[in-house]
Design a protein around this ligand. Structure first.
Ligand code: MYA
Length: 579
């Protein structure tokens, strides 16, 4: 069947087709015990080091992290977590990497981002596509903290629209590349020793394309003098512009082939996004622990504030929601560890929901702490400043919502087109007919569209997920029929569709995780997890149905009109009082 190859390549894209490839997500993936032990050792060494040497408040005030910290962390092993052991790294899986990063994220934002820029995106391309020679030349110093890496994609005129970068590399007769341009908001920009830089280039056939280059500190014309940006948070992250003035980059510093640049950038970012998602989950856990501690010890009106109805409502929701996000984040790292190549949608989902959630959690934890939460000697203010950028960098969340929806819907569009059912290049008016819609419905019936591997005790929840997946497929078809190619402009629909897809993925993750818990510990002993799973899945199922229904019944047209009126007025325009 045309859809199956696509479907098996990505679990979540298959959901959009109405298929549940449960073999990819059951049993719930867990790291093997040898790695788990190594991870525990790394976390414990890191915590011990951080307790004695990392003062988050001081980093915030002085705006720097000393080079020695990176070297010390290199000695502990946390500067090259996934790098092969033969290059001085720890050789961890994606799951192991994420687990250690949770611990780092709980200590200090600037340190986390400096290490995240270094590993999640800075040296990632060398690990993924570097030649043996490049790995040997760069990784040992980077993995041990003797050198620091960075990632330079964003430019003054190319932020979300990363394809449209203007920095240019021109090949010289001796094979080197002459690099010119400017990058902005580059983490580790002023101090990075090796930067993965993306530029436009002309291919031998004259086609305009992208190239990824390794630019090294000290190369003539490589300007790292900044100045550093003044930022709201992450004060210790050396965020700078970097400039390239006729920098000669030797051919041995080209990553992959000329023309691979954009693909490499996206591959790295897919990887970075899951790191930010799992890191956000880690920080959210710390914040929730702070809240639980506060509400169970702070007494007002003669009782612990945690006993008030509205506080229990929040804590209960946070625990169940975090359980689901954690399940989804580690299901995704597990998919990566299984060797699934296409996890771009899953990682974007984890980035969006993780970063939105940790922002909510930080704000809510401050609120639960009351007046105390507003005091600067408490952790909340700095954390809020530090994480405000999370929903913006590594792909702004609204851009990623569009990416999630459109990428997930693409195979469905292709399938419908293959069937002659839909011509996405046709004007909208010619799309869809009753006959072809009926064909779509028949096809849906023969696809694997239910979960059979969930524990029988979770059968009811699993069967509801099956219903939602059918609804997703129907809603996707409806969108494609209604809008045709103009679907690319339907941002409000992208948001709804991506939220529904995320909620379905989260339920699958919870069912898989709790099935494994039941099998490991028995159903009787796992009552709490079952209760949390039921609570999350029931609420999520309700959201999915409501969100998908709103794809058709909404007041989007009114929002367009009001916004356009406001643009025309150039201001709010309806003030009750004249100034
Ligand atoms: S680093 C810079 C961040 N910048 C971005 O993330 C850029 C955002 N923009 C984009 O991603 C792209 O431009 C988008 C679309 C997605 C908007 N995987 O025509 P297209 C393929 C695989 O749609 P565009 C930073 O912030 C696509 O299929 N492939 O392209 C520092 C197509 O291929 P084909 C992909 O509209 C943060 C082709 O590309 C992907 O231009 C520091 C063109 O597609 C993808 N994702 O792009 C963070 N996207 O033609 C530190 C597109 O074959 C983190 N394609 O179909 C630290 C972590 C630690 C955590 C701690 C927490 C406490």
């Amino acid at each position: 069947m045309p859809s199956s190859a696509t479907a098996a390549a990505s679990f979540t894209k298959a959901l959009a087709l109405g298929e549940i490839h449960e073999e990819l997500v059951f049993p719930y993936p867990l790291a093997d015990e040898a790695e788990a032990q190594k991870v525990r050792r790394l976390i414990s060494d890191f915590r011990e080091y951080a307790a004695a040497n990392v003062d988050s408040r001081r980093i915030d005030e002085t705006g720097t992290i000393e080079d020695q910290v990176f070297r010390d962390l290199g000695d502990i092993g946390v500067m090259g977590l996934y790098v092969d052991e033969r290059y001085g790294g720890q050789g961890l899986s994606q799951t192991g990497y994420a687990r250690v990063f949770e611990a780092i994220g709980q200590v200090d934002g600037s340190l986390t981002i400096a290490l995240g820029v270094h590993q999640s995106i800075g040296l990632k391309a060398i690990h993924l596509v570097g030649t043996d020679e490049q790995k040997e030349r760069f990784l040992p110093d980077l993995a041990t903290g003797r050198k620091l890496a960075g990632f330079a994609l964003t430019e003054p005129n190319a932020g979300s629209d990363a394809y449209d970068i203007e920095t240019r590399a021109v090949q010289q007769p001796d094979g080197s590349w002459l690099l010119n341009g400017e990058k902005r908001w580059i983490g580790n920009g002023c101090r990075g020793d090796v930067l993965t830089v993306f530029a436009r280039c002309e291919l031998p056939d004259g086609k305009d394309s992208h190239i990824a280059l390794l630019v090294e500190k000290g190369m003539e014309g490589f300007d790292q003098t900044g100045p550093r940006y003044e930022t709201m948070g992450l004060k210790g992250n050396h965020l700078c512009p970097v400039r390239f003035n006729d920098v000669r980059v030797p051919p041995e510093n080209v990553l992959g082939e000329p023309g691979d640049g954009f693909r490499i950038a996206m591959q790295v970012l897919n990887n970075g996004r899951i790191g930010l998602g799992t890191g956000s989950v880690g920080l959210a856990k710390r914040l929730l622990d702070l809240s639980i501690d506060h509400v169970t010890t702070r007494r007002q009106f003669g009782k612990a504030i945690g006993d008030f109805d509205m506080v229990e409502d929040k804590i209960g929701w946070m625990v169940s929601h975090l359980f689901a996000l954690e399940s989804m984040a580690y299901l995704t790292t597990g998919l990566i560890d299984q060797g699934i190549e296409d996890y771009s949608v899953e990682s974007a989902i984890c980035k969006v929901v993780g970063t939105e959630y940790v922002w909510y959690q930080a704000n809510r934890s401050l609120q639960l702490a009351g007046g105390l939460g507003y005091m600067r000697d408490q952790p909340y203010e700095q954390i809020l400043r530090d994480i405000r950028i999370f929903p913006i960098f590594e792909g702004a969340n609204d851009v990623l919502r569009s990416y999630i929806a459109l990428t997930a819907l693409k195979p469905l569009g292709e399938e419908l087109s293959d069937l002659g059912d839909l011509h996405l290049t046709d004007p909208i008016g010619t799309l869809g007919s009753l006959g072809s819609y009926a064909l779509g419905r028949v096809r849906r019936e023969v696809m694997p569209d239910s979960i059979t591997r969930a524990h029988p005790e979770l059968g009811d929840l699993a069967s509801k997920v099956g219903d939602q997946v059918k609804h997703l497929r129907g809603a996707g078809e409806g969108l494609l029929r209604r809008h045709g190619r103009a679907i690319v402009d339907q941002g409000m629909s992208h948001k709804r569709y991506s939220e529904a897809l995320s909620d379905v993925l989260a339920q699958v993750a919870v069912l898989s995780r709790v099935t494994s818990i039941f099998e490991d510990q028995g159903v009787e002993a796992s009552g709490q997890e079952r209760f949390i799973a039921e609570t999350f899945c029931r609420r999520a199922a309700g959201r999915v149905e409501a969100t998908l229904d709103r794809l058709e019944r909404n007041d989007d047209a009114r929002m367009h009109s009001i916004a356009r009126l406001a643009y025309k007025r150039g201001a709010y325009g309806y003030a009750l009082f004249e100034d």
